[in-house]
Design a protein around this ligand. Structure first.
Ligand SMILES: Cc1cc2nc3c(=O)[nH]c(=O)nc-3n(C[C@H](O)[C@H](O)[C@H](O)COP(=O)(O)OP(=O)(O)OC[C@H]3O[C@@H](n4cnc5c(N)ncnc54)[C@H](O)[C@@H]3O)c2cc1C
Length: 427
């Protein structure tokens, strides 16, 4: 069966990347069909923290306000802490030059449901629809095969996640580099008022412990583990393991009871990084984890997916049509703009992950050096927030690891001085 003049765009996948692309392209007036293989979204512990750059986009779409109405939490600090809880690097998001200078935390299924509720009327979502392959005419992608039927459209958006079938069908490889550890995710019933409402990464001899609050008094805790660390542990073994984690991270003491009670309910997630060599071919764009993957430690993945969708809509609007020549020019611009930013985001996330997870001498020096240098710390925060890439120079890297003293360490970047008034002191 062949068909498909009813839609301008097919989006494959209804994760945050696919729904964001559908929203952004639907708002341009395109008729968008989203195809999602799962009949209902999976309840997974990932993608819960939104950065200010994404919040600006989500506010425009009416999503951020709905998330706040649904109980999303504002977190004003991102802190790297010593095992006992002492701050080693504090990123004060309140200093960012944006109307929403905070991180926003909610469950991934709620973020997806909220995006789905705000889709424009020109978007249709079909669940339980497996996209099997791309259709081509010469070098051009001209549609998809879904459940045995052929759908022809000017533009296909691959938002089918890290193992993307469509990326492979387009001949694009994105070799994954695995980190040597995994993250065990726990959802705890938090003790009231005893845990600061921030995004805190503890650097311990056992690696990363990451915690932040979720709505309803819950706490998300990630514990870095070796691939087989939890395999085969029964209830007693798990409790003993939880005690070792708590002993090695006294800063988590307020969560001890909740952690012991919730230690048998966990998801263990592999962590990797990747960036496809191209994010578009004629007729096809990759968005989200089909094109790129970062360590979750710096809360960038979902935010990059939203930025992909926003950038794709911007270049398509400027092109003004989905005719092949115009579309291909827009897709080349999308590819160039996003790969540039994603390269930096990947590097920032990787450096942040190494500082905290690999417990190397250099990582430790870099954390201390960044924490003690107000100028570099602010530039790192600006890049992480999604408000714009602030490059660090090779000399800055030497300042970070303490090899070269930085005479400008206390001098805030221009944007931070402007945001907080001329008399701003470094903190
Ligand atoms: C532990 C962890 C914590 C994280 N925390 C954060 C965070 O705090 N902040 C942040 O910004 N990011 C975070 N991330 C990253 C973030 O979760 C991902 O970047 C984001 O979810 C990627 O969204 P996506 O839409 O690209 O992929 P997915 O969410 O994987 O969605 C892909 C969708 O495509 C569907 N699909 C796949 N194949 C097909 C097919 N052939 N046909 C039809 N449908 C198909 C799938 O069913 C799925 O629904 C975290 C990741 C992990 C692992």
């Amino acid at each position: 069966m062949t068909g498909g003049t009813d839609h301008d765009v097919v989006v494959c996948g209804a994760g945050v990347a696919g729904l964001s692309a559908a929203c952004a392209l639907g708002r341009l007036g395109h008729r968008v069909l989203v195809l999602e293989k799962r009949p209902v979204p999976q309840p997974v512990a990932k993608g819960e923290v939104l950065q200010p750059g994404s919040l600006a986009v989500l506010r425009e779409w009416g999503v951020a306000d709905r998330l706040e109405a649904a109980g999303a939490l504002r977190l004003e600090h991102l802190v790297a802490r010593a095992a006992d809880g002492t701050p080693r690097m504090l990123l004060d998001y309140g200093r960012l030059p944006t109307p929403q200078p905070w991180l926003l935390a909610h469950d991934y299924p709620t973020i997806l449901a909220t995006l789905a509720e705000t889709l424009p009327p020109s978007v249709e979502v079909r669940r339980g629809a497996l996209v099997e392959d791309l259709l081509r005419t010469g070098d051009r992608v001209t549609g998809v095969r879904v459940d045995g039927a052929e759908l022809r459209v000017p533009l296909v958006v691959a938002a089918d996640g890290t193992s993307s079938r469509l990326r492979r069908a387009a001949g694009l490889t994105a070799p994954r580099r695995d980190y040597p550890h995994r993250l065990a995710a726990f959802e705890l019933d938090g003790p009231d008022g005893t845990v600061p409402a921030d995004f805190s990464a503890y650097v311990t001899d056992g690696g990363l412990r990451l915690r932040y609050p979720l709505p309803g008094g819950r706490i998300r805790l990630y514990v870095q583990v070796a691939p087989d660390e939890l395999r085969g542990l029964g209830p007693d073994g798990l409790r003993a393991w939880a005690d070792r984690v708590l002993d090695g991270c006294p800063g988590l003491a307020p969560l001890a009871g909740a952690f012991r009670a919730g230690v048998d309910r966990r998801q263990v997630l592999p962590v990797s990084r990747a960036l496809a060599p191209a994010l578009a071919v004629p007729g096809l764009a990759l968005v989200g984890e089909s094109g790129h993957l970062v360590h979750p430690m710096a809360a960038q993945g979902m935010n990059s997916s939203i930025a992909d969708a926003h950038t794709l809509a911007t270049v398509l609007r400027q092109g003004g049509s989905l005719r092949p020549g115009v579309l291909d020019h827009a897709l080349r611009r999308y590819d160039t703009a996003r790969r540039h930013d994603l390269h930096h985001i990947g590097r920032t996330s990787h450096n942040a992950a190494r500082m905290i997870t690999d417990r190397s001498w250099i990582g430790d020096r870099a954390l201390t050096g960044t924490g003690g240098n107000a100028r570099i710390r602010h530039e790192v925060m600006h890049t992480m927030s999604g408000l714009g890439i602030r490059r660090l120079t090779p000399v800055d890297r030497l300042h970070q690891i303490g090899v070269l003293p930085d005479p400008r360490a206390a001098r805030l970047p221009g944007w931070a001085r402007a945001a907080s008034g001329s008399g701003a002191a470094a903190r």
